[in-house]
Design a protein around this ligand. Structure first.
Ligand SMILES: Cc1cc2nc3c(=O)[nH]c(=O)nc-3n(C[C@H](O)[C@H](O)[C@H](O)COP(=O)(O)OP(=O)(O)OC[C@H]3O[C@@H](n4cnc5c(N)ncnc54)[C@H](O)[C@@H]3O)c2cc1C
Length: 569
């Protein structure tokens, strides 16, 4: 089956903050280039940047500084961050927020004196989170999408990337194979430079926050292309995901951190407040600590539905209704009274700190392939600060756009490895050639349970090894699971099968990295190794042998015990 072939200079996979910033910057740097954004959903309407509630961290105030933002990021990341990436994040966040307001048309909330309002977020020593109410992501994405639409930037919507295809000699990227989801046709897009910006997304856990279009496809493609991944054991759980029942996708969605910040209580199934027993900061402790305490309480005294309660009523229903209007409405839609009653919650998988290893100019080990946003690893170390996620995707998206525009100037289109394209098509076609066996629903439920119970908030060697065996079995089960309907146009069962293949592949890497890290640090907690160990980060280098090695962190700007002083270049 020969795919349709298209040509472009720059191909961008994903249309979140990273993808759209890359498109705008590449176009600005070299307006004559042909740039194409290819996205699994609709441009501007999918991915997690649109879901950003809280806001964007940036050191704008005179009393704040990039050094302070940098130190908060390094300490928050439990000293595992790549310091050059973190430095670039905090410095360029200032440029990006100004570009968003002054060039791209965003309006962020302002103080009475006209300056941008910045609010407090956990883990930061200064109030530096820029926001638009609690719908910051919609403001950013709407403006970015409008700007992309207004320029001559190509769009391939509802195009699912399925394989990064190297050149015939294997020395560089040659393009990407897609499925046009609307027709089911295969499309090969040849490109001189490709950006991986599909946004990671830990949707393999029973409870999760990211958008449904995110199924770690980018990371799975990177694995197949042999790219090294780092810090894959570091999965962040947000403490307050809504528990609204099994019938609704609202389960797992985030109730914002500000509720705990304002003084909300967490209660167990017997309606006892438990957080003061776990940490002096109680509900205001960091996400990892609160999630772990909740996980332990869930095992002992859950609600009848298997969750815990969030209680705000002691703060006064009127105040809660006024300060958290959006959250009150979201809870009411699911039958809960946030202002005056109890809301059922569970910790929920929110963000992957790990991803493809990349350099500060967004290049990767494969020439011509660039990475940015949640697909990349190293910026946040062992833990991401709330507000640094959208900063990461916009900052590095822009860097990648500039870098790709410069790179393609000296490049000619490359002849792709045709055998690799054929093999990728055969792999995508394989579920149509099977005889009926298991249902995909059963595979998904099993995956959710394995990841939640054994590779989730609290881990140990025995559980992780069992998870590895179960994940291998799930992979084989998928390989023998058919897609009953052979119609290709909008065949969602087929895409579900492909989603699960990506999720299982990446879950195996998370489990392998979690086994390799024999200590507890940041988001990774091993009950059999509860103390923090040496300052090393994990590097996953071979999918064939599932090889993970631990590498010492390079303290290129600041070492533990030191602090970065202002005005360091
Ligand atoms: C509910 C929620 C609230 C959040 N709140 C905040 C916050 O307040 N502050 C903060 O800093 N961060 C927050 N985050 C994190 C933040 O949203 C992410 O860090 C960031 O937006 C990721 O940007 P991205 O461009 O890498 O990915 P995304 O914005 O997720 O975009 C990924 C894109 O890739 C596409 N894609 C996926 N697979 C494929 C494929 N196979 N082929 C083609 N395209 C594909 C998707 O359709 C999408 O367009 C929040 C996340 C969630 C889920």
């Amino acid at each position: 089956m020969a795919p349709k072939t298209l040509d472009t200079d720059i191909l961008i996979l994903g249309a979140g903050g990273a993808g759209l910033f890359a498109a705008l910057h590449a176009h600005k740097a070299a307006p004559g280039l042909s740039i194409t954004v290819a996205v699994k959903g609709l441009l501007g309407k999918c991915g997690c940047t649109r879901m950003v509630q809280g806001g964007y961290n940036v050191a704008l105030a005179r009393e704040d500084s990039v050094e302070r933002h940098f130190m908060d990021t390094i300490v928050g990341g439990a000293w595992l961050c790549d310091q050059e990436l973190a430095w670039k994040l905090v410095v360029l966040a200032i440029e990006r927020i100004k570009e968003l307001e002054n060039e791209l048309g965003c309006f962020f909330d302002r103080n009475p004196d006209g300056t941008i309002h910045q609010k407090a977020f956990a883990g930061q020593t200064f109030d530096r989170t820029v926001h638009k109410g609690d719908l910051t992501g919609i403001e950013i994405m709407n403006r970015l999408a409008e700007q992309v639409w207004a320029r001559k930037i190509g769009r391939l919507e509802e195009h699912r990337a399925v394989e990064l295809v190297k050149s015939k000699d294997g020395s560089a990227i040659a393009g990407v194979l897609f499925i046009d989801m609307r027709t089911g046709e295969y499309v090969f897009v040849r490109a001189k430079a490709v950006l991986l910006a599909t946004g990671g997304g830990p949707t393999m856990y029973k409870y999760h926050t990211p958008s449904g279009d995110k199924t770690c496809d980018g990371l799975a493609m990177a694995l197949r292309a042999g790219l090294p991944l780092r810090d894959m054991e570091m999965v962040q759980f947000h403490p307050t995901g809504l528990l609204a029942g099994t019938h609704t996708r609202m389960t797992g969605t985030v109730l914002e951190e500000g509720l705990r910040g304002a003084g909300g209580y967490l209660l167990n199934g017997e309606r006892e407040r438990f957080m003061p027993r776990y940490d002096p900061k109680a509900e205001r402790a960091t996400r990892d600590l609160v999630s772990r305490a909740m996980f332990s309480e869930l095992k002992k005294k859950p609600t009848p539905r298997g969750g815990l309660y969030l209680s705000m009523a002691h703060l006064g229903a009127e105040r809660v209704a006024k300060e958290f209007k959006g959250m009150v409405e979201r809870c009411a839609d699911c039958g809960f009274n946030l202002a005056g009653g109890l809301v059922e919650v569970v910790p929920t998988a929110h963000y992957m700190m790990g991803g493809v290893e990349f350099a500060p100019d967004c290049t990767t080990e494969l020439p011509g392939l660039f990475a940015a946003g949640e697909d990349s690893g190293g910026v946040h170390g062992a833990n991401r600060l709330g507000g640094n996620g959208v900063a990461n995707s916009t900052v590095f998206g822009a860097v990648a756009g500039d870098a790709m525009a410069a790179w393609v100037k000296d490049q000619a289109p490359r002849e792709p490895d045709r055998a690799a394209i054929d093999a990728a098509i055969a792999a995508c076609e394989s579920p149509f050639r099977k005889k009926p066996s298991t249902s995909l629903e059963a595979v998904r439920e099993k995956l959710y349970d394995v990841m939640w119970e054994q590779v989730g908030i609290v881990r140990d060697a025995a559980g992780l090894q069992q998870a590895q065996a179960e994940l291998a079995a799930l992979d084989s089960e998928l390989d023998s699971s058919p897609v009953a309907h052979t119609e290709r146009a909008f065949n969602l069962t087929w895409h579900d099968w492909l989603n699960l293949k990506s999720l299982v592949a990446v879950s195996k890497v998370i489990a392998a990295a979690a086994i390799a890290r024999k200590d507890s640090r940041g988001a990774h907690y091993r009950s059999d190794f509860p103390e923090a160990g040496a300052l090393e980060h994990s590097a996953f280098t071979s999918v064939k042998n599932m090889t993970v090695s631990m590498k010492p962190v390079r303290f290129t700007r600041v070492a533990p015990g030191q602090t970065l002083l202002r005005n360091v270049a």
